[in-house]
Design a protein around this ligand. Structure first.
Ligand code: OVV
Length: 393
């Protein structure tokens, strides 16, 4: 028997405190049925990871949101990375792996480090600020569009756009409707930014479009791949940085540890990704009758993978709810796993490392000075506002 639960993982109360419901789903069994949405779900580390690795049994091509592309027309042109399976997936992924390669990212390191230093100096000069708007959003909105090769104007438009797409993986609830209304004015602009002519000749965007000249992809495909960067490259790192700052502010001993050894910056960012899991969930769809923990789940079933619950599963992690940058956190699924594992992870990790290293070297005190406000999103976990004070030292 697959346990049936009436948990709503897409409502305000759940987003305010998902952890009791995560535990309830993990404890109920390896796979559960969520009655409110007629979908199945996995929340234990082992089952989430196994599902991520088995793309043959759990397809992404029917969409990684709640909507089944086999039954409902996708609301946008499907992503050539996220919403595909091999062999199509591998062709586009290979290109994006090259565009976002460790060598390509390394070439940006100095510019990204300079931007991190400048940002922290500026925030220290101000003393009090909003860690979401002025730090977590400000940094990726500077360095990432630069790296893609976008013009300087209107970059903040990427935020409502990403917010809408990540909401769209969930049900058509009020969060989704509000995000659509918010993004409507920027849709045409974002679409235009993926065109070859809109991009500089040196960035990631140009590198994608160069594959058209080589005959590897069509022009229209290049534009959809650039769209992936614009959609998935900002809100994710914003919420990753927000998670890291929020962790360091709430765990002062951890911040002292980081200050004492700034080379822990990379590990601290990774641990924040594990603990907060900015990307909380994705769906898969079964391509055949499968068994999960001995339970049969039929072909064509939508299954919600709780990455955030897997990353706090006490079956896998000691002191799962504690921020510990010295733990061995490799294997967390905050960036996914398998063929769809985050293609921008090298870049995201560098952004996180450089911002936290600048904090570690320049800041002596980090404190939350007002009520943090959550940002509600059907997929992303993060804040709308985090009032903060920083002191130099
Ligand atoms: C991982 C992710 C999130 C949202 C959009 C996309 C990817 C995309 O490829 O469009």
């Amino acid at each position: 028997m697959i346990p049936a639960l009436d948990i709503d993982p897409f409502c305000k109360a759940f987003f305010d405190d998902p952890y009791p419901a995560h535990a309830a789903m993990r404890d109920a069994g390896p796979v559960v049925y969520l009655t409110q949405y007629d979908v199945h779900a996995v929340a234990r580390y082992n089952d989430v990871r196994a599902m991520l690795l088995d793309w043959g049994s759990y397809t992404s091509a029917r969409g990684v949101g709640i909507s089944d592309f086999a039954k409902e027309k996708p609301w946008r042109l499907p992503s050539l990375l996220l919403e595909t399976d091999p062999p199509l997936h591998d062709r586009t992924r290979k290109l994006m792996d090259k565009v976002l390669s460790p060598a390509a990212v390394r070439g940006l390191r100095e510019a990204f480090a300079d931007a991190a230093e400048l940002l922290i100096d500026d925030l220290l000069a101000r003393g009090t600020f909003d860690a979401v708007r002025d730090l977590a959003e400000a940094y990726p909105l500077t360095v990432f569009p630069d790296a893609v090769g976008m013009p300087a104007e209107n970059r903040r438009f990427l935020l409502p756009y990403g917010n809408m797409v990540f909401n769209s993986f969930g049900p058509r609830n009020s969060f989704f409707e509000a995000a659509v209304a918010d993004a409507e004015p920027v849709l045409a602009w974002v679409q235009a930014q993926s065109k070859r002519d809109a991009l500089s000749t040196t960035g990631f965007g140009a590198a994608i479009h160069a594959a058209v000249d080589d005959g590897d992809i069509a022009e229209a495909e290049a534009e959809v791949l650039v769209r992936s960067l614009l959609t998935a490259g900002v809100d994710t790192t914003v919420n990753g940085l927000c998670a890291a700052v929020y962790c360091l502010a709430r765990f002062p001993a951890a911040f002292e540890q980081l200050r004492a050894d700034p080379s822990l910056a990379r590990a601290a960012f990774e641990e924040a990704i594990r603990l907060e899991s900015p990307v909380q969930t994705f769906f898969r769809t079964t391509t055949r009758d499968v068994t999960i923990g001995g339970e049969m789940v039929p072909e064509g079933t939508k299954i919600l993978m709780f990455l955030g619950a897997a990353n706090r599963d006490p079956r896998r992690w000691d002191q799962a709810d504690t921020f510990d940058m010295t733990r061995r956190n490799a294997g967390h699924v905050g960036f996914g796993a398998g063929i769809h594992a985050c293609v921008g992870a090298v870049l995201a990790r560098m952004e996180g490392e450089l911002v936290l290293a600048a904090l570690a070297r320049k800041v002596s005190r980090l404190e939350i000075t007002g009520e943090p406000k959550r940002r509600y999103n059907n997929t992303l976990r993060g804040m709308a506002s985090l009032p903060m004070r920083m002191v130099a030292g």
